[in-house]
Design a protein around this ligand. Structure first.
Ligand SMILES: [Fe+2]
Length: 501
């Protein structure tokens, strides 16, 4: 099949997992309001409403924001959960909202904007849900027109090539203007590549080149974008595990590395019951390693079964092996019941993750794994200058307290794992806090992974407010050196990135 024809056919196939099979009708907003009154730490899952979709505010600053730290921190996450008294069931269903924190001269300004996707625009006009999502079936929805019909643009935000990209797993990147967060529209990298999925976890290498994957049906796509935001190359290959979940990826100097956890989708099952999403019995965790220059030159490693959302990093060692770090969980609880429980303000106990470091031997196919227990951890990040290169530090949002609020989807601290020594440096934000992803921001002109800051948000349930925190990467246990307390609460987000300048 001609490559361009394959891309078009695969784009149409991407529709099937969502709209065709979700069965649960929307929940009731009133039921959530009752539930959250009993468990107020779930308040961020109210989301924003149609009229409050634009938020602007000046934060109350505590401590001292360093002069050298100037730029924009963007985050993205599901934010609009309810329309006309109806409510989504699954955390991932909500429409995306990009949060922008502009830091300069000791001040922190915040701006939040819903991404004006085609889906959002049509539902705004109708005043009701029109489009089915991963956890919610909507009757009488619009006819499907491609993956972007479902695109909620709700997973990650990254400035690259002069544009701010709002990223989602199954469709186009949405471009926003970083000056005011206005939505420009879906990015079509080349006319024949319209709506071909551009996933939510691209990696930018030390030269500024962006690498990403996209998956749909039986195919996997490798994207290469230059530092100016222009398409260099796109390749299509066969997925080693068609139909499964593929969320994140890594690059090394010569390779792309893609974990394919054996997640099965049975979304005809009741949304509040178990095992709509589950690890398929007897199936391994596959790791696809392919050459960046030729996606067909590849090897597929089989590791012990594990749920993997996120990689830490990958690099090539002196022997030519690929060393891959990732956060692995023993089951798909967080995607399955965890992401449903939070949407109904129900405390639920989740599984505990580990950091795994696999050494992938391209010559023999062997893949020994060493692992470290890290509590209830997620959102691994590294010094962004080291994507694809050896990095010792792995930063995670984590929970280790064992109190009821922090055994499920919520975390109360940050941990820095030294992957060489196994040492953990941590800071505990405390009870009544939800800790979101923290990122590593290198000090301008600084040297080394610990010469910089950690930047991340928390939800403080006592204040009912979102707080931006800055920690010294060399003194994590001391806690924030500066904070910016917003005069409001934001929905919880997933991922974000720093743009200096
Ligand atoms: Fe993610």
């Amino acid at each position: 099949m001609d490559r361009r024809h394959l891309l078009r056919a695969a784009a149409a196939a991407a529709l099937l997992p969502l709209g065709a099979t979700a069965r649960a009708r929307p929940a009731r907003s009133a039921d959530f309001a009752t539930a959250v009154a009993a468990h107020p730490i779930y308040a961020p899952f109210r989301g924003v409403d149609d009229t409050s979709g634009n938020i602007d505010g000046e934060a109350l600053v505590r401590g001292r924001w360093p002069e050298a730290l100037r730029g924009r921190f963007h985050r993205n996450g599901p934010a609009l959960y309810e329309r006309g008294g109806e409510r989504y069931h699954h955390w991932f269903d909500g429409d995306g909202m990009v949060q922008q924190y502009t830091i300069a001269d000791g001040r922190v300004r915040h701006r939040g904007r819903l991404v004006r996707t085609a889906k959002l625009a049509s539902e705004q006009r109708a005043g009701r849900f029109l489009v089915s999502a991963v956890g919610t079936h909507v009757d009488g929805g619009l006819p499907a027109g491609g993956p972007d019909h479902f695109n909620a643009a709700n997973t990650n935000a990254l400035e690259h090539g002069g544009r701010l990209l709002a990223l989602w797993e199954g469709g186009s990147a949405y471009a926003l203007d970083p000056r005011d967060l206005s939505t420009i529209g879906p990015v079509t990298w080349r006319p024949d590549l319209k709506q071909v999925p551009f996933s939510a976890h691209p990696k930018v290498d030390a030269q500024g080149h962006l690498w990403n994957i996209g998956t749909f049906g039986p195919s996997i796509v490798l994207w290469h974008i230059d530092p100016q935001g222009r398409l260099v190359d796109v390749q299509v290959g066969e997925s080693p595990y068609p139909g499964g979940m593929v969320h994140d990826m890594a690059v090394t100097e010569r390779h792309v590395v893609v974990p394919l956890p054996p997640v099965s989708f049975r979304i005809e099952r009741p949304v509040e019951g178990p095992r709509r999403f589950a690890l398929e019995a007897g199936q391994p965790l596959r790791i696809l390693v392919a050459e960046k220059a030729d996606l067909a030159r590849r090897r597929v490693f089989e590791l012990p079964a594990e749920m993997v959302f996120h990689v830490g990093n990958a690099h090539e060692d002196r022997l030519g092996n690929i060393v891959l770090s990732y956060v692995g969980a023993p089951d798909a609880w967080s995607l399955d019941q965890g992401a449903v429980a939070v949407m109904s303000a129900r405390p639920a106990r989740g599984s505990v993750a580990r950091v795994a470091i696999a050494t992938l031997d391209l010559a023999s196919g062997r893949a020994p794994v060493r692992a470290q227990q890290v509590g209830n951890a997620e959102f691994p990040r590294i010094d962004p200058r080291l994507n694809g290169l050896p990095a010792r530090g792995l930063l995670m949002a984590s929970g280790w307290r064992g109190d009821a609020d922090h055994q499920g989807a919520f975390r109360h601290g940050v941990q820095w794992l030294d992957t060489d020594s196994g040492r953990l440096d941590r800071y505990d934000y405390g009870e009544q806090m939800i800790v979101e992803e923290h990122i590593v921001v290198p000090r301008p002109g600084g040297r080394g992974e610990r010469d910089g800051w950690l930047l991340g948000t928390t939800y403080d349930a006592r204040r009912d407010a979102t707080v931006l925190n800055l920690l010294d990467a060399a003194h994590i246990a001391d806690g924030p050196v500066a904070q910016a307390v917003l005069p409001y609460r934001l929905p919880l987000g997933f991922h974000g990135n720093w743009a200096p300048g």
